[in-house]
Ligand binder design. Structure first.
Ligand SMILES: [Zn+2]
Length: 334
């Protein structure tokens, strides 16, 4: 990128804001006062909020929260972007920091020198989420800025693997996914998180699934378009549940053998509690809350979202009491 003379106000990109108010935690447009000259070097320089050392975050961070939940021992929010508050101090922390570096959708995390072990770290994707309670379920990493940094997942199952939403396309990840059996389906929760769906479909030969209400010119070739309000069964172990609200055709995937609900941008844990990303609602907040109510009738103990953070309940009762408390609070505010 060449040096450019900037206007007085400079539109960088859509961004996330996992700030104190969780309702405000979703893509936003950030306008910043720009210096008179903006260069690629100045945007890629370390933010002053980083502690000194090997890892640092630059000024292109979109505040998507990915590094903060992937490597919470090292990354935090400072100002309206991420920063390194402590350098990794053991191999485990260093591994997580490098996984966060590879997953950053804007490649805003750097090391002072090229990491000698980056090829080894690339082999760790997709990352098992919990080998004890969620065997066969992985976080793909490699978040895409086309999906505003949303997480994507792989479910490994005898009936054919399922990619849930789209990671950024890389050949390294493709090879790793193929070693786990590739993917038969790519389930897309909604139109925001489709990223490199076409490349994945071409390279893995998977059939894409998306609600017809979410289809636009970029997804017109999706192989399976859901119609109506469901629920739909992919097979005995997978139910697709229509959860309109964030968008009209938002759909969650319930993977019954592992009691996990993939929620896309419908519902997630934010940095300080449950969130429906109200500020970024594209259809109707009351409809979205009605769709949260639907989750009371579903048996699951894990929530794996697109944006926001994953959550694990002790059991279905704890899930339901937690959701009811959230709904009560929200209804009072409406
Ligand atoms: Zn969305």
């Amino acid at each position: 990128m060449a040096a450019a003379t900037a206007p007085t106000s400079f539109h960088i990109r859509r961004s996330f804001n996992y700030n104190a108010n969780l309702q405000n935690s979703f893509p936003k447009v950030r306008s910043v006062k720009a210096p008179s000259i903006i260069t690629a070097n100045s945007l890629r320089a370390p933010r002053p909020q980083n502690v000194s050392g090997e890892f640092f975050v630059d000024h292109t961070c979109i505040d998507c929260d990915t590094c903060r939940w992937m490597a919470p021992e090292n990354f935090t929010r400072a100002g309206d972007m991420s920063a390194v508050f402590k350098q990794p101090s053991c191999e485990e922390e260093r591994l997580r920091a490098l996984q966060a570096l590879l997953s950053c959708p804007t490649r805003s995390i750097h090391t002072e020198k090229p990491p000698h072990d980056i090829l080894e770290v690339q082999k760790t994707f997709p990352i098992p989420i919990d080998e004890h309670t969620l065997p066969g379920v992985y976080h793909c990493g490699y978040h895409s800025d086309k999906s505003f940094g949303a997480a994507s997942y792989l479910i490994v199952r005898a009936e054919g693997n399922i990619l849930v939403d789209s990671p950024r396309y890389t050949t390294k990840l493709e090879n790793n996914l193929k070693m786990l059996g590739g993917a038969r389906y790519m389930f897309l929760t909604h139109s925001d998180d489709v990223a490199d769906h076409e490349k994945w479909s071409n390279h893995l030969g998977c059939e894409r699934i998306l609600h017809s209400l979410e289809v636009d010119h970029s997804t017109a070739a999706v192989e399976i378009k859901l119609e109506g309000s469901g629920p739909w069964s992919l097979s005995d172990d997978v139910t697709l549940v229509h959860t309109p609200g964030h968008t009209e055709g938002s759909v969650c995937l319930l993977y019954k053998p592992r009691n996990v609900l993939f929620t896309g941008d419908h519902f997630a844990m934010g940095e300080r509690g449950w969130t429906i990303f109200e500020r970024y609602n594209k259809l109707s907040v009351p409809k979205q809350l009605n769709s949260v109510k639907l989750m009371l009738d579903l048996d699951f103990e894990w929530i794996l979202p697109g944006h926001g953070r994953r959550a694990k309940f002790r059991d279905v009762e704890e899930k339901n009491s937690s959701l009811r408390a959230f709904l009560e609070t929200k209804m009072q505010l409406l």
